[in-house]
Design a protein around this ligand. Structure first.
Ligand SMILES: Cc1ncc(C[n+]2csc(CCOP(=O)(O)OP(=O)(O)O)c2C)c(N)n1
Length: 203
């Protein structure tokens, strides 16, 4: 049965989830965050140079991260994005399955809402199941996380396991203060490239 308000009661809170992943990931993790709330979550967890927050390009977080995994096969790339952002870029999951980068982990922070634009229900509040879509696209490591114990078990898989992986993390639909990363795209690109590649990365 469709329950458009059930996410108001989900036990996992997105800022806590982001903090746990940020802490566990360490300084070397490359993080791409999708537009909207995951940007604010990972900035709140501790803004740093190796986070690349997308301020637009809805549906573009996974494609960008896929390119990064191919360019940097020795580095773990972690994507945190929203359910609506992921729904807009579903085709990218099929491409991820074809390319099969072992160093890519995708976490969909699924509050079943378009948080940024007024908390309207997304398709995941109805019947869409992004973990199943990922599995049906050919991604072998998938799961849906609803509780802390499941998150504890999934974090090492996301950060150290052989990917690609897609984990849907059901997070509470809750209004939170905006904690914004820098907004200048050229600056964000340069700081990321410099942290990853050194000075040569920005000449
Ligand atoms: C192509 C496009 N359509 C619509 C928007 C407006 N928009 C910005 S964020 C957002 C919703 C994001 O929802 P979700 O990805 O689920 O993130 P969260 O709810 O966690 O904020 C929308 C519709 C946009 N930026 N670009």
């Amino acid at each position: 049965m469709t329950d458009l308000t059930r996410a108001d009661q989900f036990p996992l809170k997105r800022r806590d989830v982001a903090q746990q992943i940020s802490d566990a990931g360490g300084e070397d993790l490359l993080i791409v965050t999708g537009l909207g709330s995951t940007n604010w979550d990972f900035t709140a967890a501790g803004d740093r140079d190796l986070i690349f927050p997308l301020w637009g390009v809805m549906g573009g977080a996974v494609p960008l991260a896929l390119g990064l995994t191919i360019a940097q096969p020795e580095r773990r790339v972690f994507v945190a994005t929203g359910d609506a952002e992921m729904l807009m870029g579903l085709g990218s999951l099929a491409t991820v399955a074809v390319q099969a980068p072992q160093n890519l982990a995708i976490a969909v922070f699924d509050n079943e809402r378009y948080g940024e634009t007024g908390m309207q229900a997304t398709a995941t509040a109805h019947n869409a199941d992004i973990a199943s879509i990922a599995a049906a696209s050919g991604i072998n490591v998938t799961g849906t996380i609803r509780e802390q114990a499941e998150l504890d078990a999934a974090i090492p898989i996301m950060l150290e396991g052989s990917g690609p992986s897609v984990h849907v993390i059901k997070v509470r639909a809750e209004p939170l203060p905006f904690i914004l990363p820098p907004k200048d795209g050229a600056y964000l690109k340069d700081r990321f490239r410099k942290a990853l590649l050194g000075d040569a990365g920005i000449v």
